[in-house]
Design a protein around this ligand. Structure first.
Ligand SMILES: O=C(O)c1ccccc1N[C@@H]1O[C@H](COP(=O)(O)O)[C@@H](O)[C@H]1O
Length: 206
């Protein structure tokens, strides 16, 4: 199971997450307090070890713009966190993580996104923010579904609740942003605690 830490804005926090055992690091190229420039992201990504993959997070951006940022920064995967179509997913040249709201309607839409390597279930967007809101949804609604894509669970995960979420949903991955922050900034101790809690649960479930 993979662990993604999202909203990386510094080399120090990237290094902390890598040392703690993160598999994916997320870089937000969308309106957010965690937004990062392509130039800053490029420098951080260039220093990542081969086994840690960089994910660019986009919200309703043009394919050309996404591809341009991916080229400049050296991204490994693209996360589409808005209302992007199945055609947009298919036209991207990198593997895609497509987010959908964790609602009955969101689950129904999943079938359209066969071309995505991963589906990411998050709480529904707020009017002013598509993601990174620290809000959970009813995870148990995912228990009875099997998706053709690998499932990443997100939305309000924390070091305290990630074990319960993994037990309940058994996803292919978990993704966190707000839950590893203190006063709006990434907190190294919370990142370590989150990754430890997730890994401990995975080990126990083996
Ligand atoms: O992290 C952000 O700022 C962000 C901005 C725009 C779209 C997505 C964003 N992050 C993703 O949101 C979910 C949930 O985050 P949280 O843990 O509830 O804060 C997660 O998939 C992030 O990758």
């Amino acid at each position: 199971m993979l662990i993604k830490i999202c909203g990386i804005t510094s080399s120090e926090i990237a290094e902390t997450a890598v040392q703690a055992g993160a598999d994916f690091l997320g870089f937000v190229f969308a309106k957010s307090k965690r937004e990062i420039s392509a130039d800053q992201a490029r420098k951080i990504i260039a220093a990542l070890p081969e086994h840690v993959k960089s994910v660019g997070v986009f919200v309703n951006k043009d394919v050309q713009e996404i591809e341009k940022i991916a080229r400049i920064t050296g991204l490994d995967l693209i996360q589409l966190h808005g209302e992007e179509s199945a055609e947009t997913v298919s036209s991207l040249t990198l593997p895609v993580i497509k987010s959908l709201p964790g609602t009955e309607e969101g689950i129904k839409k999943a079938a359209q996104y066969d071309a995505a390597s991963y589906l990411l279930m998050d709480s529904p967007p707020l009017p002013h923010a598509h993601g990174g809101n620290g809000i959970s949804f009813n995870w148990s609604m995912l228990k009875d579904y099997t998706f053709s894509n690998q499932l990443i669970l997100a939305g309000g995960l924390t070091p305290e609740n990630v074990a319960e979420a993994i037990q309940l949903v058994n996803p292919s991955g978990v993704d966190v942003s707000s839950g590893v922050e203190t006063d709006g900034k990434k907190d190294p101790d919370k990142i370590k605690a989150f990754i430890q809690a997730a890994k401990r649960t995975i080990e126990r479930n083996r």
